[in-house]
Ligand binder design. Structure first.
Ligand code: SF4
Ligand code: SF4
Length: 353
């Protein structure tokens, strides 16, 4: 009971800045979906849908998950296709739905501001994840005007040297830091995310990143454990040990530093897989519907079938009832059964039938 109260408190603290950007559009969608499908909306509760707009990016991180999806022959979703997806997400029964525009680098997508505006106007809570390179004063003002509710900026190091080295993009650190400052002064709710590695834990880099972004006044700092997907699919040596995880858990701070895929920010180190618990899913920039961007399994393409139908097929799949725990991509049983065959079959393994 005490643990649950602490989790709720942490979630509240973490989201308090985001709550300020709620509008009458969110209330209006909440009322509509609750009246239309009350039981399903309550059952689904809060949903997050990640929409990948492009795999293009200025950076070239060695842990990049989307690099393995590159497919030069495939057409990215057009803006009108993304709008049709948004319409279907609006109709998906849930009390509250977040849409997260991701990439690659989503600011490379033309019409990004229009797409944000479209989703925000439909009552979806809109987030974006960016490497920060394109965050000029003008871009931040346009994001705010478009109705973006929250922005996550990627910070991989506490200095130009460490961040740019990981990103393999000269000047990336300075632009990301400037982007944070611009968002703060424009009143755009802003957090950072950082990938955790053994090197960063034991060199003190994670701690320095936290100190840096705290001084910049961001709302929260999201830490991400290495996931054995994308370029790291075979990188067993990058997996954190239980001892490494305890070190990370010691750096978490209630309401500020939290671990991706946990509800807590106070000492909890094990991963809660939101995909496995049907709390989110991903639509690739080629229209493939996946449980999570890291999981190279497609349950159907949005260009061929409706979203509700694909999601129903996906959530009815045995993957969700086999009793897997922790991160799917780091789970040995799941990897043996689904990931090795996916690698053998190419970019995605199709499970839509
Ligand atoms: S910033 Fe993100 S999308 Fe770009 S290379 Fe790095 S991990 Fe990949
Ligand atoms: S499989 Fe689950 S825990 Fe792993 S990255 Fe995806 S959502 Fe997160």
């Amino acid at each position: 009971m005490k643990d649950n109260i602490s989790k709720i408190k942490n979630i509240f603290l973490r989201y308090r800045e985001k709550f300020n950007s709620l509008s009458h559009y969110h209330l209006s969608r909440f009322i509509k979906t609750s009246l239309k499908s009350p039981f399903q909306s309550i059952h689904n509760g809060v949903m997050k849908v990640m929409i990948n707009l492009t795999y293009n990016c200025h950076c070239d991180c060695d842990y990049c998950w989307c690099a393995s999806y590159e497919n030069k022959g495939r057409q990215e979703l057009s803006s009108s296709e993304v709008k049709k997806i948004i319409d279907q997400i609006v109709d998906y029964p849930s009390l509250f739905t977040l849409v997260s525009f991701i990439g690659g680098e989503p600011l490379l997508k033309e019409d990004i501001y229009q797409l944000i505006n479209y989703a925000a106007g439909k009552g979806l809570f809109v987030e974006m994840e960016t490497n920060g390179i394109l965050l000029s004063g003008q871009a931040v003002a346009k994001l705010k005007t478009a109705g973006l509710n929250h922005i996550f900026i990627r910070i991989e190091g506490s200095s130009k040297e460490s961040h740019d080295l990981i990103s393999k993009a000269e000047g990336c650190f300075a632009k990301a830091i400037k982007g944070i400052e611009l968002c703060r002064s424009a009143g755009l709710s802003c957090s950072i995310f950082a990938n955790v590695s053994k090197e960063k834990i034991y060199s003190g880099e994670i701690k320095r990143i936290i100190e840096l972004v705290k001084a910049l006044g961001v709302a929260s700092a999201r830490m991400i454990y290495p996931t054995l997907g994308g370029r790291l699919v075979d990188a067993e040596e990058r997996r954190l040990s239980a001892q490494d995880e305890v070190q990370v858990a010691g750096l978490l701070e209630p309401g500020f530093v939290y671990l991706e895929s946990t509800h807590s920010s106070s000492g909890e180190s094990s991963r809660f897989c939101a995909a496995l618990h049907k709390k989110f899913f991903h639509i690739s920039c080629h229209g493939e519907v996946q449980p999570c961007p890291f999981v190279p399994l497609s349950f159907g393409n949005i260009r061929e079938r409706g979203l509700a139908e694909i999601v129903s097929v996906m959530f009815g799949h045995p993957i969700f009832s086999k009793g897997y725990s922790g991160c799917l991509m780091n789970n040995p049983d799941f990897r043996r059964e689904y990931i090795l065959p996916a690698q053998l079959e190419g970019t995605y393994r199709n499970l839509s039938l």
